[in-house]
Write a protein that binds this ligand. Structure first.
Ligand SMILES: CNc1nc2c(CCNCc3ccccc3)c3nc(N)[nH]c(=O)c3cc2[nH]1
Ligand SMILES: [Zn+2]
Length: 371
């Protein structure tokens, strides 16, 4: 029987760290209907059914086991029922490995103009044509089912930062009520799973209450929401110093929206297993390349005659076959190939980082490196 989470409590594949600073870091495998996810894992973002500027087979060569889709965008266009009729998102976008879809609330708050939050759900106007939509725990869960998501996210409210204790408390309580409705609406099948999302902002008693409320619903995994919303790395790590420990040790922990390499390393050291972030793809398109020498802004004129690759030992097409001078030129003249090569390199860089982190954990080594 294929279960969604394979941290086999008995075999304790979670490698506790010898060094106490890393005792919370763990490497494991999540088994799903669409294949395995090696954790710690970085999940490239594929907002509108595509990882921008990448073919799915190219994403696969970077080493990604799972990518993200987005309920908000796909429900507006082409519509969840249409994707379902066409065979689901896996078939539609030709990605056969695991897919995780966010529940849409976060994107409504950051993208749609007019919106109204009620106990029922969020009523909003499409940022495309202004037409009216409603997202609720029930409709979000159904949309994710129609898309065929491997991992469905509970419908939550991402508590803004900063928030007063009272604001964070009522927001977290709404998320708990919505989590209950999301769990009830979830059609559970072997190899598929639903993750709850804990809120509570920077208040540890609220984070604890949120975790207790969600643990009662016995989700297949848990996400830590309400972070990477402007609080800064120091405050985020302060929350991560205790929040992951509130969650079941044998289930995946997903830190939403994070992050830069240093954020990922710090969060893995605090017990996080899964990450998603637009940085490698979005900044790649904007001309930023992540390398072991630091971030290279390829548009800088110092690269216009630089006949060397971004990284001499990187196996991505950008580094194997092209020079910084060519990438500099492509990005400057806004050629599509520029976006493709920069994205490909960055995704490869992030996956190599995750691979090295997993190796270091498996060998019981420290992994404070940041490149
Ligand atoms: C960047 N910082 C950040 N992102 C957060 C997200 C979205 C994570 N990314 C999902 C995505 C999926 C497809 C396409 C694009 C993005 C959150 N999502 C939810 N549901 N709840 C959060 O609290 C929450 C907090 C976040 N902070
Ligand atoms: Zn490369």
């Amino acid at each position: 029987e294929v279960s969604i989470t394979k941290f086999p409590a008995d075999e304790r594949k979670i490698i506790a760290k010898a060094h106490d600073k890393y005792k919370k870091a763990r490497a494991g495998i999540i088994n799903t209907r669409h294949g395995q996810i090696h954790t710690p894992a970085f999940m490239p973002v594929g907002t509108k059914g595509t990882v921008k500027a990448m073919l799915p087979e190219s994403v696969q060569t970077t080493g990604a086991d799972i990518i993200l889709g987005n309920t908000y965008h796909l429900m507006l266009q082409p519509g969840a029922k249409r994707v379902f009729k066409l065979g689901g998102l896996h078939k539609f976008m030709n990605w056969s490995k695991p897919l995780l879809t966010d529940s849409g609330g976060f994107q409504v708050m950051s993208l749609s103009k007019l919106r109204k939050i009620t106990e029922e759900g969020v009523i909003f106007n499409s940022h495309i044509d202004g037409s009216k939509f409603m997202l609720s725990p029930e409709s979000s869960t159904e949309i994710q089912y129609l898309l065929g998501s491997t991992i469905t996210m509970a419908f939550d409210e991402c508590t803004p930062y900063p928030s007063t204790y009272e604001q964070a408390k009522s927001s977290m309580e709404l998320t708990s009520r919505w989590a209950k409705r999301s769990r009830k609406a979830f059609y559970s099948r072997d190899g598929y799973g639903q993750f709850g999302i804990i809120q509570g902002s920077i208040y540890n008693d609220l984070r604890l209450k949120s975790a207790l409320d969600l643990i009662e619903l016995d989700f297949e995994g848990y996400a830590i929401g309400g972070l990477a919303v402007g609080e800064g790395q120091e405050l985020m790590f302060k929350v991560l110093d205790y929040a992951p420990d509130l969650l079941p040790i044998n289930k995946p922990r997903y830190l939403m929206g994070v992050g830069k390499p240093a954020d990922i390393i710090g969060a893995v050291q605090r017990g996080i297993d899964m990450f998603d972030c637009v940085i490698p793809t979005r900044s790649g398109r904007n001309g930023q390349a992540f390398t072991k020498y630091g971030v290279v802004n390829i548009r800088n004129s110092k690269y216009k005659e630089d006949n060397t690759p971004l990284e001499e030992d990187c196996l991505c097409p950008a580094c194997k076959n092209y020079t910084k001078a060519y990438l500099h030129y492509l990005v400057k003249v806004k050629e599509i190939l520029g976006a493709m090569l920069m994205t490909w390199h960055n995704l490869m860089y992030f996956q190599k980082l995750m691979l090295r982190i997993r190796e270091y954990i498996a060998q019981g080594k420290d992994f404070d490196f940041i490149s």
